[in-house]
Design a protein around this ligand. Structure first.
Ligand code: LRH
Length: 477
């Protein structure tokens, strides 16, 4: 195969990007042609995504990509999971809610009054997270939900606007809670029990399949010369990230997809839905090529970025993150508290240092004092959660883990990578930073015939073109 170009739209919780890539059997070259902020908006009815702003920026980014490479053969879209837009006859009924919006708590009460979480877990295999789509549906206003005839997950909504085809991509569908963990089909009985119309979710589409080609008006707007297909990829960003984890041996590797969240776990051939897995908060999400993403959602770098955002708001100027992390590296690890990053109090936007103080007071430990100490405490607490969850995952799945891969923005955080190695006693291999976009690109490239083979072959290509950085554990943990 001679190779060719594909374009990826990758929407993260804090920023989005359009990536142009050239892929062949020996080449994986990806360049970010557009990057734009993702700034949630609070209105009196709650916290929302500015989905039109994101779509507009993504379309402009595609325009840039097509100017550089008019022969782009395919487009793929991924974003954070669980959130959706409601539509009536193709018209968006409002701005999608942000998964950090408070309304989800009433959805949880309503769903659990009909089915307890242990029973749900046996069916859908999902870690309890209050924002899983089924809880959000239960929190919607009844009149709005009755008006809607379709709910499209965020990447599927973008695909719909680009192609006019309404589908529900499988890996992201697995985060709704409405997909059966055993056979990856929508759980009709669960829809009934929750009083949801089965038709609310559009027909499923698997990674590698095509939604359809760009609508004529979109084609004109972005300057695409021909009928370009939008290809389904692992549209859940974490599913795409896992595709691009350069594991030499998936059976002996754990991964941490570390950005806003830290998704810590293993790729498995089949789900683990034991009581122990449920109690440890482990989820079984759908992966590309029917692999299972057995992982735990750790709160992630959100705690650090929200802390910094608070300081910046107070001071009225930007804080340089690398400088802050350098000063954090000077703080002795033993002098800062290790707090539970998964405590629900850290989920919503707000005063993170204040919440860390409260956690420390309740647990009888000294809170951090300086900014460097806060940053160090956050890094130590994340590294502790990462290390613990790798070992728990290995134990629950009966896997012997030799290497931890850290991909995503967290791979740039050398202190976090080293401390994860130290605290786990395992080698950490860091990178690629843009794993999500690369995973998006690779599955498209395979569908277009530019790269061939199993996930192992695709990962081998990532390893050859994006060699990870190695951190070995030191004795001081
Ligand atoms: C990471 C992510 C994660 C989900 C959360 C909503 O971006 O997709 O896998 O649990 O966002």
């Amino acid at each position: 195969v001679s190779g060719g170009h594909v374009a990826a739209i990758d929407l993260g919780a804090t920023s989005g990007r359009v990536v142009l890539a050239h892929v062949s059997g020996s080449e994986l070259r990806a360049e970010t042609v557009a990057r734009f902020p993702n700034t949630p908006v609070r209105t009196p009815d709650g916290l929302h995504w500015d989905v039109l702003g994101l779509y507009g920026a993504a379309v402009r980014g595609l325009g840039d990509a097509f100017r550089q490479a008019p022969g782009i053969a395919s487009i793929g879209i991924d974003s954070w999971a669980v959130d959706y837009g409601l539509l009536r006859n193709g018209v968006l009924l409002g701005n999608p809610y942000h998964y950090r919006d408070e309304r989800t708590s009433r959805g949880v009460l309503s769903v659990h009054s009909r089915m307890r979480h242990p029973d749900l877990y046996r069916r859908n295999g999902l870690q309890f997270l209050p924002f899983n789509t089924l809880y959000q549906f239960a929190a919607e206003r009844r009149d709005v939900l009755d008006l809607a005839n379709t709910a499209l997950l965020i990447p599927d909504l973008v695909a719909y606007w680009l192609t006019g085809q309404a589908r529900t991509e499988l890996t992201n569908a697995s985060t709704t809670g409405l997909l059966r963990v055993d056979d990856q089909r929508l759980d009709d009985d669960l829809f009934d029990r929750l009083g949801l119309r089965r038709s609310l979710l559009a027909p499923l589409i698997a990674p590698g399949e095509s939604y359809g080609v760009l609508l004529d008006e979109v084609r004109a707007e972005i300057g695409a010369p021909g009928a370009v297909p939008v290809t389904a990829i692992g549209s859940h960003d974490t599913a795409s990230a896992v595709v691009a984890v350069p594991m030499a041996d998936a059976a002996a590797s754990a991964y941490i997809s570390c950005g806003t969240w830290g998704l810590v776990g293993l790729e498995l051939p089949s789900p683990v839905v034991t009581d122990a897995a449920r109690e440890a908060g482990f989820t079984n999400e759908g992966g590309v090529d029917s692999r299972v993403r057995f992982l735990h959602n750790v709160m992630g770098l959100w705690i650090l970025s929200e802390t910094v955002r608070g300081w910046e708001a107070k001071e009225g100027h930007a804080i340089d993150l690398p400088t802050l992390l350098d000063s954090a590296a000077e703080v002795p690890a033993a002098s800062v508290p290790v707090f539970d990053v998964d405590d629900p109090r850290f989920l919503r936007p707000g005063d993170m240092p204040g919440r860390i103080d409260a956690w420390c007071d309740e647990h009888g430990v000294r809170p951090p004092r300086t900014r460097a100490e806060y940053a160090r405490a956050i890094v130590e607490s994340l590294a502790d959660a990462f290390a613990r969850n790798v070992h728990t995952a290995a134990q629950l799945a009966g896997v012997d883990v030799a290497t931890i891969h850290i991909v995503g923005g967290g791979a740039l955080n050398t202190l976090l990578c080293q401390r994860t190695a130290d605290r786990s006693g395992l080698v950490v291999e860091a990178g690629p930073v843009e794993a999500t976009a690369l995973g998006n690109v690779l599955v498209q490239a395979r569908a277009a015939g530019f790269a061939a083979g199993s996930l192992e072959a695709l990962r081998d290509l990532v390893r050859r073109t994006h060699a990870p950085l190695r951190y070995t554990p030191t004795a001081t943990s």
